[in-house]
Design a protein around this ligand. Sequence first.
Ligand code: XMP
Length: 513
Amino acid sequence: MGKGAKMIILIDFGSQTAHLIARRIRELGTDVMIAVPEVELERIKQLKPQGIILSGGPADVFKKGAPTTNPKIFDLGAPILGICYGHQLMGHLLRGKVITGSKKEFGPVELIIEKSSSLLSGVPSGITVWMSHGNEVVKLPEGFVDNARTATKPHTVISNENKKLYGIQFHPEVVHTEYGEQILENFLRICGIAPKRRKFSRQFVDNLIQDVKDSVRNEKVICALSGGVDSSVAALLVHKAISKNLTSYYIDSGLMRDGETESLQKVFSQHYKMDIQIIDAKDKFFRALKGIKDPEEKRKLIGRVFIEVFETAAEKTGAKFLVQGTIYPDVIESAGTKHAQVIKSHHNVGALPEKMNLALIEPLRNFYKDEVRQIGEILGLPKTIINRQPFPGPGLAVRIIGDVTEEKLEILRMADKIIQQEVEKTDWIKKLWQIFAVFTGIKTTGVRGDGRVYGETIAIRAIEAKDAMSASFAKLPYELLEKISLRIVTEVPEVNRVVYDITNKPPATMEWE
Ligand code: XMP
């Protein structure tokens, strides 16, 4: 960091959204250094941050062993913003009181501002903010005032303007918090920084390509292409850097959506003239998945088989590098940071690099999905791929509750195809992050003709989100839902009930498993 550069230190207490906080601050033109809670006070002093942010985290501040920080941090004179766990930690260390509340708050909550502050400047009362917590500050530390509450809880925003200390219980970094960006901008202003906005340029993408060129030189590189946005953008970046030295493998696990393999072949082999090897491994996956019901076991097993198949194919190439379309949420959701919990085991080819002595190329590791799309657009990828809905690595297997069979897959595929066809006829397709069918595994009673039937239940999951960290269910019109439902029960005879998932993330994840 150059002399005199303005910088914020973010202490990460294991938050799922720590990197998102950092990203938002960086988007506002300010550098962020992410530190572990164990960072020495002396080190913080040396770095002379303009301000400090204490992130959220899954622990309870009052429990033994919970990550904490040196209380002298509050006397350094740098403005401090505590978010969620960080807010509670500030309350706790400054001798307020934090307890486990009788009611948890998850998802959207109305914020009632009682007394504005420099942090809440320009933020109106009555906005929706995003919560994810069970603990709460019940007594303020000395010198603090209350700025805002929710309908059920006080002390949601607190401040000590003299010492420039601010605590907020909700998450300003997630897009579902209204005026979240304004709050972060206000904090930067409190820190003496004038916020400004950043956007990717052609030059930025050229630099990414050059980075790949410089790291790979004349070596051979392999890639596992899934057809999703991430692996497509990663593969194309590498292709632009080294052209024929890249071989991409597409493994057909039998867990893909209808028509997936064919459309992928068309774009990459025909349009970009990339070297794509298609491997049919359906039988292998089905044999391995037989009778497996546990979601984590399914995820891990699919990852394992994937690696086996990929390894066998890739061994012959003599490659030294492996490209992965890892993006930032994959890193955090697989507990990439020290204090975070594992939410789901993300499917990747993790074990392969060590086994085959491969070095990793992860050009998208620091970016979120919407940023990856921006990069794809600059690279000239067709809209059909850039706007493609995210699809989980373990495929339809995590959209079938219980064991995976070919029959269930076929039912799911038919239902999913109907959903896609109907949504594509509307503008909703542009607004949704994802919409898909889930095979719930629940059988219910129905009536067809004059007879009783006992059939399957399909759930529709439709999500609006800007990144994978938080989401709200889409308020699709009943007419559209009815059309989909009617077509599914008519065209997929095994299904006699369709339900709509109306849960936000958090607490529900987007995929059911
Ligand atoms: P969840 O279910 O964790 O999903 O809220 C967030 C987003 O990530 C996708 N997803 C995955 N993507 N490998 C991936 O590449 C995976 O194992 C995986 N699991 C979930 C999911 O479709 C959603 O868009």
